[in-house]
Design a protein around this ligand. Sequence first.
Ligand SMILES: C[S@@+](CC[C@H](N)C(=O)[O-])C[C@H]1O[C@@H](n2cnc3c(N)ncnc32)[C@H](O)[C@@H]1O
Length: 289
Amino acid sequence: MSESAVQIIARGPRAIAEAAAAALDSDPLLEGATYSILEEDEDRGVWRIDAFPNDADDVRGIEAHLKSHDGLAVIVEKLADADWLAMSLSGLPPVRAGRFFVYGAHDEGVVPRNTVNLKIDAGAAFGTGHHGTTVGCLVAFDELLKRERFERVLDVGCGTGILAIAAAKTGSKVALGTDIDEPSVRIANENARLNLANARFVHAFGLNDRKVRGQGPYDLVFANILAPPLVSLSQDIKEALALGGVAILSGLLRTQERRVTAAYLSRGFVLERRIRRDAWSALVLRRVG
Ligand SMILES: C[S@@+](CC[C@H](N)C(=O)[O-])C[C@H]1O[C@@H](n2cnc3c(N)ncnc32)[C@H](O)[C@@H]1O
């Protein structure tokens, strides 16, 4: 993380915080910035926005929106150069999501016998199972597996590979992951080996890559990326799916549900389920047209 990285925090009553969050959400210049909104203190009715700008323009834009809402106390905090890797290796607890149990090397002794166990150590790729977006995908997948099977699965934005590995370990014949980040692809392939999972990961930009198309059509596509690419990839995700196939979409905030859902409904999907975790939301959409 660069020296100039900051986090912008705003606190205030729910209605004002939600109005400010909606303003951030609808500003096209802030599409790359991430924020969450949560109730911080139920007794005092305090809501909190945490915004993470990517650059100085984001900082200015976010601050301007938040400060224009009377009743919000806004502070800008410099983020220390956190050693995320050291922090995460220092003992993140294992995570249970439906039938899945995600654990790191330090949890070897506590792995249950009756779960699908995914060994994913924290490292330079995203996806240890501790983030609400990943948990949402695993919970959604677990629910679907109670009544159907998915032979061919694609994981767009694989990070550590956790989702495709979960698919391979629950019987998918094809479990292919892609990422625009080359180191993540390397880590995901290594994780597949460690988990004895028949999952494969390739470096690709978008779904039109030959390596991705060649294995389709898919019965299930995971995409845990951000709301803007989820919207812009909606047609490609539709084309990658067989009719009746399912998209599990995550990486979007609750406040972005409507925008992402609308893009998929207009392309012949129906919304089957929505799983909310912290400020995040995961959507289960089925291609019916
Ligand atoms: C939030 S992480 C998800 C990791 C993992 N799938 C999980 O659920 O924990 C998002 C990943 O998507 C990748 N990514 C972002 N935009 C992408 C795109 N348009 N196509 C493919 N990968 C993308 C990032 O490099 C990152 O590794």
